[in-house]
Design a protein around this ligand. Sequence first.
Ligand code: FMN
Length: 363
Amino acid sequence: MSAPLLFTPLRIRGVTLPNRIAVSPMCEYSCDDGFANDWHLVHLGGRAVGGAGLVIVEATAVLAEGRITYGDLGIYKDEHVEMLRRIVTFMKSQGAVPAIQLAHAGRKASCETPWNGGAAIAPDQPNGWQVVAPSPVPFKEGDPIPHELTVSEIREVVDTFAAATRRALAAGFEIIEIHAAHGYLAHEFLSPLSNFRKDQYGGSFANRARLALEITEAVRGEMKSGQPLFMRISCTDWAAGGWTIEDSVELAQLVKPLGVDLMDCSSGNNIATAQIPFAPGFQVSFAERIRIATGLLTGAVGLITEPKQAEAILQAGQADVVLLAREMLRDPYFPLHAAQELGVSLSVPKQYLRAFPDSTRRN
Ligand SMILES: Cc1cc2nc3c(=O)[nH]c(=O)nc-3n(C[C@H](O)[C@H](O)[C@H](O)COP(=O)(O)O)c2cc1C
């Protein structure tokens, strides 16, 4: 039997992922004013110890008002870099490639943390602020009305993505992911169900895609040619009249020549009432479709929980990497366990060798 693809390195530009298992970005809502802390070091560092080839740090806000909650991670101040650098350095020491997802939550900002109910917080309430969006339409009925961004305010948002990229690279991140999924700002512009503008940022597909393309150009413009750029999109709104997989293919075709290397294929979360057909691997077909149609690398995510399932996705040519979120919370050592199940010897930290006697030493 040939070596499992899951444990076959993947070179993207000048960066080589040691395996194809990625920790999907996961908000921890555990910051004060955007600053990473010991929680992030242990949470992210622990997954790197567990053997993930790629660890993508949670949605990290490019502006304070772009945070989903007051606890979100941020990269809107130079002072945010120092702790991020410490975390990056540790992840690299474990052989993981560190990536960061840059985000602006748009109309879904200014919320409570999930464990406090997750409700929108009005701008005049403690921990709340005025949210912004392409159009003055809230995510859910009864939520505060977003401020409709002016064209000059849109330009400022694009500039903050560039500044955030500079800080992320200064912290040592090797891959940047643009968050254009899950009903946050870039997705709100893409979808005809959240963008009702009449100017150059609304109406036609080209106009709705303009912000995503401008962010891509701004971020890529800060990166060296050897540094990979990913984009996460929601491949469908799962709602009539909304964003579709066909739109996603078209967007992928537009961002490819701008220097996006991999499309991270998620779905949904822009329409509160959408019915999502959750099932194992339910979004994998989107990654396959974009991969075949565009030749871009793709990432498959969503209810991938088993090593053989992950390997089958890669073997079938549906994606180039698999991203796992909740399974990585349940089992930070998923990559080590997957290696054992698939009959591969994965290197482990020297401190752990006695628990994995057949493994090689990693550090
Ligand atoms: C606690 C938690 C936080 C999340 N935060 C983010 C995030 O910051 N950015 C993002 O794109 N997706 C986020 N997601 C979605 C995951 O990255 C992933 O796409 C989703 O959970 C489906 O994968 P899974 O079935 O492996 O959990 C989050 C999911 C969880 C469970």
